[in-house]
Design a protein around this ligand. Structure first.
Ligand code: FES
Length: 504
């Protein structure tokens, strides 16, 4: 079997691999931070690595995606390159998961644990995974990582299509394997056998739960987009092959609809907005903007496709919030001042940095309100990191989809911006978001800025609440069942707002 030498800033590793294996598969299985927004179709050009040795011939996709100087420097697309003999591959360091949000705010609640000895709460995000382990005395340990399914694409739709094209088994296998790794890691940190974990609550959006549970996701991908499976059920640990107690119970919280998932149900529970009289809106912004408006005892939800721009994917220099990513930008003396995670040279920009960049470019007058860059085709942010006109257009579509979703929910419920009492921002991207800049670029209506509160990973906090008080399971199911979903694709208000919200 060919030998492959992986060289990263962390050191050198030699592994053996099957001849014919794709470099992308080898790198991801080794925990590399390789980004694959197009799902390995050779279209996005984001999976570049430097490689030499026994490798397949350069493909037409690579010739189209790589500049001649990159080709002569041995740069390849990992998703198009197969191993034919011994080879050396230079990779970035494995992602530091430090910026994955595992912390969230939740109100106080009574304790009546769903577990006997130890229980785990897990949030399966499209990009990231976050887990916490609890015992009778409270939090024992936590762990975070990246969703390994990104091999099949950055967004939910690519993953659903991958499952429908025969990869359902592999999608389930890799997410279960990663959750198993997190459980073992958390138990190890707490010096207890993983078999002591006797209960789990695993939340996530509707597609992620389908792919984890190997439920058929096809109904999520075609009109009328009705999920046959909404979960809200308890299974056993062995059903998913997870390392835990032989009789461990695993509860998958109830989803609201095909595109408003159990992560919103648990985030709503954690936010407590459905327990209060006031009118409040909760939004979780990622590749999809999922949102829920509580008004007059009624819960209205919607989901709007923002694309991967706010997850740091799909942009020319987009990357997740890991070492090397620009995560903050401000304007000082007419110049851009950037902050890079890890204080290293910038290699790209993550979601929170993208919002700051657009706000700064607007503030400096370098683009007009239509998003047109006035004097250059691209703006150099720092080092190699730049924002092109095409990137600005992607951000424009994303922010417009989110803002139009918010406006449509408010309009449907007959709520004026002014009468909204709380705007709860949930999710990892929201945690690092500069709310002022987000309002400035029109990611949400500016009047909501003063009402905004950041909840962190509220989906995981809600899952922890279910783990620590089994009585809340019933309450969470009531929340999901009472929600009405607004279908934005058929909503004239949304279409009108989408066009209006396009301006910066
Ligand atoms: S080109 Fe390789 S993942 Fe997109």
């Amino acid at each position: 079997m060919p030998k492959i030498t992986l060289i990263s800033p962390a050191g050198k590793t030699v592994i053996t691999a099957k001849s014919g294996a794709l470099l992308s598969e080898l790198l991801l299985s080794g925990g590399s931070s390789l980004e694959m927004p197009c799902g390995g179709k050779g279209r996005c050009g984001k999976c570049k690595v430097r490689a030499e040795g026994g490798l397949s011939e350069i493909t037409a996709e690579e010739i189209a995606a790589l500049r001649p100087e990159e080709q002569s420097a041995g740069i390849r697309l990992a998703c198009c390159t197969r191993l034919t003999g011994d080879a050396t591959v230079w990779t970035e360091a494995s992602p530091k998961a430090g910026q994955i949000q595992a912390v969230g705010i939740a109100g106080s609640f009574a304790k009546k644990p769903f577990f006997r000895n130890y229980g785990a709460a897990v949030d399966i995000g499209t990009t990231t995974l976050a887990a916490r382990l609890y015992g009778k005395e409270g939090l024992v340990s936590s762990a975070v990582s990246f969703n390994p399914q990104r091999l099949f694409g950055a967004d939910v739709i690519s993953r659903i299509h991958a499952a429908m094209e025969g990869n359902a088994e592999e999608l389930a296998r890799c997410i279960r394997k990663e959750i198993a790794r997190l459980l073992t890691k958390m138990a190890g940190k707490a010096r207890l056998p993983v078999q002591e974990i006797d209960a789990m609550v695993i939340t996530g959006n509707t597609a992620m739960l389908h792919l984890f549970a190997k439920a058929d996701p096809a109904p999520l991908a075609a009109a009328p987009f009705q999920a046959k499976e909404l979960f809200g059920k308890t299974a056993e640990g062995k059903d998913f092959g997870l390392p835990c107690h032989a009789q461990a119970k695993i509860y998958l919280p109830r989803c609201i609809s095909a595109f408003v998932g159990a992560d919103i149900t648990t985030a709503l529970l954690a936010s407590g907005i459905c327990d209060r009289e006031e009118t409040a809106l909760l939004a979780d912004i990622g590749t999809n903007g999922e949102m829920a408006l509580w008004h007059g005892g009624r819960l209205l939800c919607c989901s709007t496709a923002a694309g991967p721009a706010f997850e740091g994917a799909g942009l020319s220099c987009g990357m997740p919030g890991v070492t090397g990513a620009i995560d903050q930008i401000l304007v000082k003396d007419g110049k851009l001042v950037v902050h890079v995670i890890g204080d290293v040279p910038a290699s790209g920009i993550c979601g929170s940095g993208v919002v700051d960049a657009a706000a700064a470019i607007k503030q400096l007058g370098w683009m007009d309100e239509t998003g047109y860059l006035r004097s250059a085709e691209e703006i150099i942010l720092a080092g190699e990191a730049r924002l092109t006109q095409k990137d600005i257009r992607m951000v424009q579509l994303a922010k417009s989809a989110i803002c139009a979703g918010v406006q449509t929910l408010l309009d449907t419920a007959g709520v004026e911006d002014e009468s909204l009492q709380a705007f709860a921002v949930a999710g990892g991207f929201g945690s690092y978001l500069n709310l002022k800049n987000a309002a400035m670029i029109g990611l949400y209506p500016p009047k909501l800025e003063s009402k905004a509160i950041v909840l962190g990973n509220a989906a995981l906090s809600g899952a922890v609440m279910l783990l620590e008080n089994a009585d809340l399971i019933c309450r969470s199911e009531q929340i999901a069942q009472c929600a009405d979903t607004v279908d934005l694709s058929a909503d004239p208000v949304f279409m009108e707002q989408y066009v209006q919200c396009m301006q910066f």
